[in-house]
Design a protein around this ligand. Structure first.
Ligand SMILES: [Fe+2]
Ligand SMILES: [Fe+2]
Length: 312
C-alpha cells in the first residue's frame, strides 16, 4: 500500500462527498423513466457528430449518421469507465488506513462508475431495438483496461482527467442548447455530467498527489506513457470509425459515390478524434493542469504527438 506523505486537501475530498450525495440519481427513476429512443430525433448535437461536413446527406441520413455515433458514444463511455473504475478502486485502497474522507470519496466515485457502465449498457440495449441490424462495437472493455492499467498511475490519471473533463465539456458546450436532440439522450448527458463533475475534481487531486511522489525521470517516462495511451485510444477510434462507416453506409437511405463514401469515413474518424481527444485536450482545464505538472519540453512532446490527430 502506498504511504501518504504530504497532507491532503481534506476539505476538497469532503466537498465531493457532499455533492455526490446531493446529486445522486437512479438509472430508472431519474434517467430512463420508462422511455425509449425516438429515432426521429438526433442523439448527438451536430457540433460533435460533424454532420455539417457531409452536405450531400439528406435529412434522414444526417440523422442516422449522428445516431450511429450516439450508439458508439454510449459504448465508448461504458468502455472507458471499466478501466477508470478499476483504477479508482486501487487509488481508494491507498487511503484505506489514512484519510477516511479521501477513501469515501473514491469509493463513491467507483460506485458511480459502476452505475454509469450499467446505464450505458441500458442505452445500448434501448438504441439497438430501433436501429437496423449489423452494428458492432469492436473494442473489448477488458482488453482496453489491460492495455491502459499496465501504465503508470500518473499516465492513467492524466488520461482519466482528460476523459472526465471532455464528458462535461460535451454536455456544457453543445448538448444543452440543441433543441433537436432526443430528450432521453439529453438526460443521459445531463445526469452523467452531474456526477462526472466530482470525478474530475478527484482525478486532479489524485493526479497532483501522485505527481509529488515521482522523480524527474519517472515523470519523464510517464509523459511518454500518456502519449502511448492517447495513441492507443486513437487506434481504437480508427477501428470503430471504420466499422461505423460500413454500418452507416450499409443502412443509409442514399447511394454514395466512392468519393462520398471516403468522405463519410474521414468525417467519422475526425468526429471521433474530436469527441474523445480534441475536445478534452483543447477545451478544458486539462492543458492548464498538465502545464503545471510537466516541463515546457514535455508539454511540447505531448502537443507534437497530438497535432496530427487534431488536424482539421
Ligand atoms: Fe461516468
Ligand atoms: Fe467518471
Amino acid at each position: 500500500m502506498q504511504a501518504i506523505a504530504t497532507p491532503l486537501p481534506i476539505d476538497r475530498y469532503a466537498k465531493t462527498i457532499e455533492v455526490s450525495k446531493r446529486v445522486r440519481w437512479d438509472i430508472d427513476r431519474d434517467v430512463i423513466r420508462d422511455r425509449t429512443f425516438d429515432l426521429a430525433r438526433k442523439f448527438l448535437p451536430d457540433g460533435l457528430s460533424l454532420v455539417d461536413q457531409l452536405p450531400f446527406l439528406d435529412a434522414d441520413d444526417r440523422r442516422r449518421y449522428g445516431q450511429v455515433q450516439g450508439r458508439t458514444y454510449a459504448n465508448m463511455f461504458g468502455l472507458v469507465e471499466r478501466f477508470i473504475g478499476a483504477k479508482v478502486l486501487e487509488l481508494g485502497r491507498a487511503h484505506a488506513l489514512g484519510d477516511q474522507a479521501a477513501m469515501e470519496a473514491l469509493v463513491r466515485f467507483t460506485d458511480e462508475e459502476l452505475k454509469h457502465q450499467a446505464l450505458f449498457r441500458r442505452i445500448e440495449a434501448l438504441v439497438a431495438r430501433g436501429m437496423p441490424a449489423g452494428y458492432r462495437f469492436m473494442p473489448q472493455p477488458n482488453d482496453v483496461a489491460m492495455f491502459v492499467l499496465v501504465r503508470s498511475t500518473w499516465a492513467v490519471l492524466a488520461l482519466t482527467l482528460h476523459i472526465e473533463l471532455f464528458s462535461q465539456s460535451h454536455y456544457r458546450q453543445s448538448i444543452d442548447d440543441d433543441p433537436d436532440v432526443s430528450p432521453l439522450y439529453k438526460d443521459v448527458f445531463f445526469f452523467h455530467w452531474k456526477e462526472e463533475s466530482q470525478h474530475a475534481i478527484l482525478d486532479e487531486l489524485e493526479w497532483r498527489r501522485e505527481d509529488e511522489s515521482l522523480s524527474v525521470e519517472s515523470r519523464d517516462r510517464a509523459v511518454d506513457e500518456l502519449i502511448a495511451l492517447v495513441a492507443g485510444i486513437d487506434e481504437l477510434l480508427q477501428v470503430q470509425a471504420a466499422a461505423d462507416t460500413r454500418y452507416f453506409i450499409g443502412s443509409a437511405g442514399g447511394e454514395f459515390t466512392a468519393a462520398e463514401a471516403e468522405q463519410i469515413g474521414a468525417t467519422m474518424l475526425r468526429a471521433y478524434r474530436w469527441q474523445y481527444i480534441g475536445s478534452g485536450v483543447t477545451h478544458t482545464r486539462f492543458p492548464k493542469v498538465l502545464g503545471e505538472l510537466v516541463t515546457p519540453a514535455q508539454a511540447k512532446r505531448v502537443e507534437a504527438a497530438l497535432a496530427p490527430l487534431l488536424a482539421a
